[in-house]
Design a protein around this ligand. Structure first.
Ligand SMILES: NC(=O)c1ccc[n+]([C@@H]2O[C@H](COP(=O)([O-])OP(=O)(O)OC[C@H]3O[C@@H](n4cnc5c(N)ncnc54)[C@H](OP(=O)(O)O)[C@@H]3O)[C@@H](O)[C@H]2O)c1
Length: 332
């Protein structure tokens, strides 16, 4: 699907972008892989590893629509991964988060329509479901923009879909590297915001593969949610430190005890497939005949139960301490 195609990745120097590029180079022969991000140093460093002839490095901000339009010329597929994603930073600098995550999303949509790209997938987060912090709220607004973009792109224009998933094991600024850093500094008791906390847990490779497959599945307008395991925070502490000793430091502003990926309020238009869920658009304008029960790969989905909710605390699949330790060794 990606061989001989041009693919642009906003936020291509981030954790997701680099792994996505590695995956495409390993499994396909893309015509062009365009990295779109702001910081020249991150791009320079990425070029030391990713220097295949298909690689292109564009300095640009998603807040700059004209630059995005130039970067998307003759592009087939776009992955929109650029975002401000630190919850406290978003609370402290709300307008900056809005400019990147919401205005930036609309710019990506406008540029994709103008450049007539074929398909766009935007990355979202569990924090966008029933959001309680500004980061989540901006990602929810971004999700809504991408779903609705199908209505303005016309019957033959680009198709837009969203991929929503939970905590990425070991990603920049996340809890696993934080715990390792504290232990390396000699801290004996790890800080835990609340001992009952649960989270959805996905590896970067699983996230990349899910995005790649959804380019093949998508019809436009879907929010794709993978079926992934949950973790209990004290199991994570034990898997990293070897014991369950912790210091409870209290829930941080904008933090939830559990996360949700498919809210109960969305159950009436959500579908279950073998390894994922799909939240279908509440309003369908662009193609009233599209049937989300059967995707482009021919997979069949069923309506979820009326009060269904995909919730990290009630998820039937939790990772054990041993599984977490194995995963930790594989990702550090
Ligand atoms: N990591 C997770 O646990 C997780 C979980 C669920 C969903 N997600 C979502 O997955 C996506 C990718 O996350 P990630 O972990 O790869 O993030 P990351 O490692 O922090 O990378 C973010 C990327 O976005 C770029 N960027 C930031 N602001 C930009 C702007 N205004 N214009 C252009 N590029 C900009 C950054 O480069 P520059 O700073 O050089 O511009 C960087 O390349 C995000 O949309 C995030 O919301 C992440």
């Amino acid at each position: 699907m990606f061989s001989n195609k041009s693919i642009l990745i906003t936020g291509g120097t981030g954790s997701f972008g680099k792994r996505f590029v590695a995956h495409l180079i390993k499994h396909y022969t893309p015509k062009k892989l365009i990295i779109y991000s702001r910081d020249e140093l991150k791009q320079f460093e990425m070029q030391q590893t990713f220097n295949a002839s298909c690689m292109r490095y564009f300095i640009g901000d998603v807040r700059d629509k004209e630059r995005l339009k130039a970067a998307m010329r003759e592009v087939d597929y776009v992955v929109h991964a650029a975002a401000l994603k630190q919850v406290p930073a978003a609370e402290y600098n709300p307008n900056e988060c809005i400019k990147t995550n919401i205005n930036g999303a609309q710019n990506v949509i406008d540029a994709a329509i103008e450049a007539d790209v074929s398909r766009v997938i935007a990355l979202s987060t569990d924090k966008a479901a029933n959001p309680v912090n500004l980061y989540g709220a901006t990602k929810l607004a971004s999700d809504k923009l991408f779903v609705a973009a199908n209505n303005i792109s016309g019957a033959k224009g680009p198709r837009f879909a969203v991929v929503r998933y939970g905590n990425v094991v070991g990603s920049r600024g996340s809890v696993v590297p934080f715990f390792h850093k504290l232990l390396d500094e000699g801290v004996k008791t790890l800080p835990v915001t609340h001992k009952e906390m649960t989270r959805f847990w996905i590896t970067l490779d699983e996230g990349v593969e899910f995005v790649v497959t959804n380019f093949q599945r998508m019809q436009g307008g879907e929010i794709f949610v993978p079926k992934i395991p949950s973790i209990r925070i004290l199991d994570l502490v034990e898997s990293i430190s070897g014991n369950r000793e912790y210091e409870e430091v209290g829930i941080r502003p904008g933090e939830k005890l559990h996360e949700v990926m498919v809210p109960e309020e969305m159950a009436h238009h959500s579908l279950e497939f073998e390894d994922h869920y799909v939240i279908t658009p509440a309003i369908k304008f662009f193609d009233k005949t599209v049937d989300y029960h059967k995707n482009k790969l021919g997979e069949i989905g069923q309506a979820v139960a009326e009060k269904f909710e995909y919730h990290s605390g009630t998820n039937p699949h939790f990772l054990t301490v041993d599984e977490l330790a194995t995963l930790d060794k594989a990702t550090i």
